[in-house]
Write a protein that binds this ligand. Structure first.
Ligand code: FAD
Length: 298
């Protein structure tokens, strides 16, 4: 099923992100995580794509398994910056053959010290190029990334939203946000996006932070803001892993409850290939999820 249709029917959607294991890693861990996540009845599962290349093949393999074995809509991520058109078409062919109908079309990031030549007609410079290509080809529901705190290369939030509007105009059917820890920033971003005529569903990406190592990585990857009450948790429990985990899950749960009350189109949990945190969160919101399901159905 197309995710854009799913959001219309089952808003707010609850979905999860997983990533392929590193080169030579076993797929079994992913499948045992999926065995557990399936019981939570997610609306879809997304599978990331390694821009560096080493795990690219497994994205198609895992997405196909999600779709055909687990019988859940799969959202396959696909990046374009470091791929040639023939490679991209190869991935699209394989996804199509395996019944995967949803793609998150991304630019990806260049490996450090690379100097890509975009004058080469076989390359794509922006996600908009990839979105256009998939739209022309047809047969897929297309998602794109958005950044409540702007993409690091954008001059400011407005500049970023201008390009976001372009992604939607090119054919993006829905958007998934970069992770954020301050819902107010997301709500302001939504206001700005609406004022720029962006009217496709926007699914909020939430990461339950459960260890200190994640924090430094998040800062370097996303540059996102940590609200005071979040930094207090980190400072207080950084050397007490179990306490930090408990508090991190509680923080993400509170964020999700607020988003659902606000009327968000969907919540996408970055699972980091672990099921327990997500199981705990969904247990805490099970009644809310049922109530919202009844409200939407009536
Ligand atoms: P773009 O949309 O191309 O945007 C990049 C920058 O260019 C922005 O500043 C934007 O404002 C600007 N821009 C956009 N279009 C144009 C245009 N037409 N002309 C001029 N400027 C433009 N990375 C992976 O490698 N694999 C993944 O699986 C993956 N999954 C992700 C999932 C989500 C939900 C998110 C939020 C990010 C994900 N990423 C992934 C990271 C992503 O690849 C990086 O953030 C990357 O730097 C930008 O990708 P993009 O698709 O947003 O790029």
């Amino acid at each position: 099923m197309y995710i854009s249709e799913k959001v219309k029917k089952a808003k707010p959607t609850i979905s999860f992100e997983i990533f392929p294991p590193k080169k030579d890693g076993s797929l079994d861990t992913i499948y045992s995580t999926l065995d557990e996540l399936k019981g939570l009845h997610p609306d879809f599962i997304s599978v990331t794509y390694g821009a560096g290349g080493s795990t690219r093949g497994t994205t198609v393999e895992i997405s196909s398994k999600v779709q055909n074995h687990y019988k859940l809509p799969a959202l396959a991520h696909l990046t374009c910056l470091t791929s040639e058109k023939s490679e991209i078409d190869g991935v699209l062919d394989r996804l199509e053959e395996n019944g995967v109908k949803n793609i998150l079309a991304l630019r990806g990031d260049a490996p450090q010290n690379s100097c890509l030549d975009f004058s080469n007609e076989f390359r794509y410079e922006h996600s908009t190029d990839l979105i256009r290509h998939i739209k022309d080809r047809g047969g897929f529901c297309i998602g794109a990334a958005c950044y409540p705190e702007k993409h690091s290369e954008s001059k400011n939030v407005w500049d970023d939203i201008v390009h976001l509007r372009e992604k939607v105009d090119c054919g993006a059917d829905f958007l998934i946000t970069q992770l954020f820890f301050d819902n107010e920033i997301f709500y302001k971003f939504m206001e700005k996006s609406k004022s720029m005529g962006i009217d496709v569903p926007v699914i909020a990406g939430i990461l339950p932070v459960v260890n200190k190592k994640q924090i430094d990585r998040i800062v370097s990857l996303t540059g996102c803001t940590f609200p005071k009450k979040f930094t207090r948790i980190i400072e207080r429990y950084e050397h007490k892993p179990e306490a930090l985990k408990e508090a991190g899950i509680a923080y993400a749960t509170e964020q999700i409850i607020d988003l659902l009350s606000w009327g968000v189109d969907g919540v996408h949990i970055y699972t980091m290939n672990k099921s327990q945190e997500t199981i705990n969160i969904l247990k805490s919101i099970s009644t809310i999820r049922n109530v919202l399901g009844e409200v939407e159905a009536s």
